[in-house]
Design a binder for this molecule. Structure first.
Ligand code: GDP
Length: 296
């Protein structure tokens, strides 16, 4: 059985006991272990390279002070860099807007947008005591509109009807209008996704963004996407000013390396994690806990 990074690093720490300085060989050995652990966790290769370069810089310049030995100093450099990349603490949704605060959901088809829309509705109702409306601007799949209706009901929120013969922007305008008239605090807008990046759809969601001026633009991404997450993240970051990420399907058996990739590529904080198919399978993302999972 492959040992995890914590075990590997503690073995290195032991071999470095009694040394007064950090040598280049120590650093190389440590970096090799870190690189392997990150790749095993499915962090995208360019992100791993960047991370290793940053740790290397810091490690080579590090002084061994006080009662620490070189191994312990190196381990703490890796941990700090990981926390800095993954984000620290937790970041909840920003709702500081003239009501309704609009939240725009973006992502590929199958990423979990519709499910997450309902999960967020439930979270906002229960944890933030908000009156929440959902609407689907996915006019390409009638089933997607019906799906949102069903899950919104489960969430205890209100669903605003839309039909495939409408234009997404007309749906958005009607929903905003309804939300204002009926004093909703939050409007969650689910959007169409494709199995791969699609220029026409990107233009459409940019148009919706300009029209709705959302306080949150959330990028929903499947944690099981592994290496591919980086390309999806790049495309959505170029199209939209993302304010946060929802990492879905963390209940799967992935080590969650996509978190590191997506965070680094978009620069946006990971705000929530999807942890089951059920309506309550949503957690506020805890970066430190997740860093531990990625390292194994
Ligand atoms: P959309 O196309 O982006 O709207 O994706 P859906 O919301 O329809 O989700 C696609 C599939 O992923 C559905 O079968 C969901 O039940 C499932 N799903 C979404 N989020 C999660 C999650 O956090 N964990 C698990 N296990 N399944 C999820």
């Amino acid at each position: 059985m492959a040992s995890n990074l914590t075990d590997r690093l503690s073995r290195l720490v032991k071999t470095m006991r009694g040394q007064a300085r950090i040598t280049e060989t120590n650093v190389q050995e440590m970096l090799r272990e870190v690189r392997m652990a990150l790749l095993e966790a499915d962090v995208a290769l360019p992100v791993v390279r960047d991370f290793i370069a940053r740790v290397k810089d810091k490690a080579l310049g590090a002084e061994v002070i006080g009662s620490l030995n070189p191994g312990q100093v190196l381990v703490s450099i890796v941990q700090k860099e990981l926390a800095a990349t993954m984000g620290e603490g937790v970041a909840d949704l920003n709702l500081a807007a003239q009501p309704p605060a609009v939240i725009l959901m973006a992502g590929l088809q199958g990423a979990g947008k519709t499910t997450t829309t309902a999960k967020l509705a439930k979270h906002l109702i229960e944890k933030r005591k908000k009156k929440v409306l959902t609407v689907s601007a996915d006019v390409y799949r009638p089933a997607a509109i019906e799906q949102l209706k069903t899950v919104t009901k489960q969430a205890g929120a209100e669903w605003f009807p839309s039909t495939p013969d409408q234009k997404p922007r007309d749906i958005a305008l009607a929903a905003i209008d309804y939300a204002k008239k009926h004093y909703f605090d939050v409007l969650l807008v689910d959007t169409a996704g494709r199995l791969a990046i699609d220029e026409a759809l990107m233009a459409e969601i940019r148009d919706l963004h300009a029209l709705l001026n959302p306080i949150e633009t959330l990028f929903v991404v499947d944690a099981m996407q592994g290496q591919d997450a980086i390309n999806t993240a790049k495309a959505f970051k170029e199209a939209l000013p993302l304010t946060g990420i929802v990492l879905t399907k963390l209940d799967g058996d992935s080590r969650g390396g996509a978190a590191l990739s997506v965070r680094q590529i978009t620069g946006a904080p990971i705000k929530f994690a999807g942890t089951s198919e059920k309506i309550d399978g949503l957690e506020v993302f805890d970066a430190e806990r997740h860093a531990g999972r990625v390292l194994g």
